[in-house]
Design a protein around this ligand. Structure first.
Ligand code: KIV
Length: 299
């Protein structure tokens, strides 16, 4: 059917549906529509003072669980490097890996906004490089937004992406792609000079068109100050309760990460123990000959 050829009753139904879909949702996951969460919904949530959760996801089934649980924004973080792909840190993660994981997360979800990280080396060269790689994530994987590290240092890239129609989430404070420059993962923004720089970075990211800003490992008082100084949502990780939203790496949140986790992590499950128990029970059944039983067997 051609545009403009709908009968009047269908036209008004379609118009009402479109108006409902275009309207920012009253609560991020409580709206009547089944469309994905958008940057406008997040802006409206900040206006209402509604806090929201964000989790990382790196594959389709895990992302589906979080989508069904009502997590409005999922981040295909380059934390996949150390949490999913077995690297030591985020530095080795490639664009091809990000595209593959992001596409899986998009396929596994219906409602959540999917944000994908531009990995180390994918945007620092020039704004044109940033745009080329952001376009890959949007066209090949279907994500709704990208994230990049830096405020002032990434402002030109952010500006070009936003002009081209790519929503950008900024990431300030402890930016893990700079692990070698930081000499580890120290808390950022301590002291007057560092605090002023962080505030300037947040305002610059906002002025460049970023729709949200992650604040990682910064003093809570500074994160609260940033949150009230910008009109875009702040997403805290180790930045105290004064941010508009909170993000955790899912493997930390669910107890899948082996070894030490940072002080800011709250562990909501012990999946590593649960999966280990399941694997040991399976192993014992196979060794003892009790699996497969009659109900698992074809004749
Ligand atoms: O890569 C990631 O998971 C992140 C979050 C920690 C914000 O950048």
């Amino acid at each position: 059917m051609q545009h403009g050829s709908l009968p009047p009753a269908q036209k008004s139904d379609a118009a009402a549906e479109k108006a409902a879909a275009d309207k920012p949702q009253q609560s991020l996951y409580g709206g009547v529509t089944s469309r994905r969460v958008t940057v406008r919904d997040l802006a409206a949530a900040k206006q209402r003072g509604e806090r929201w959760p964000m989790l990382t996801a790196y594959d389709a089934p895990t992302a589906a669980v979080f989508d069904e649980a009502g997590i409005p924004v999922l981040l295909v973080g380059d934390s996949a490097g150390n949490c999913h792909l077995g690297y030591e840190n985020t530095v080795p993660v490639t664009m091809d890996e990000m595209v593959m994981m992001s596409a899986a997360v998009v396929r596994g979800t219906k409602r959540a906004m999917i944000v994908a990280d531009l990995p180390f080396g994918a945007y620092q060269e020039s704004p044109a490089q940033a745009l080329r790689n952001a376009v890959r994530l949007m066209k090949e994987a279907g994500v709704g937004a990208v994230k990049l590290e830096g405020g002032e240092r990434s402002a030109a890239a952010t500006e070009l992406l936003v002009q081209a129609g790519v929503p950008v989430m900024a990431h300030l404070g402890l930016t893990p792609q700079s692990v070698h420059a930081f000499g580890g993962y120290p808390v950022q923004g301590r002291g007057d000079e560092a605090a002023h720089q962080l505030l300037r970075d947040a305002k610059t990211a906002q002025a460049a068109g970023a729709f949200a800003v992650v604040l990682e490992a910064v003093p809570a008082e500074l994160a609260t100050q940033v949150t009230s100084s910008v009109h875009i949502p702040t997403v805290g990780i180790g930045a105290g309760v004064g941010c508009d939203a909170q993000v955790l790496v899912w493997t930390d949140m669910a107890g899948m990460t082996g070894g030490r986790v940072p002080k800011f992590v709250k562990q909501y499950a012990d999946l590593r123990a649960t999966l280990g128990d399941a694997a040991r029970a399976f192993s014992a059944d196979v060794i003892g000959g009790s699996f497969p039983a009659a109900e698992h067997t074809f004749h």
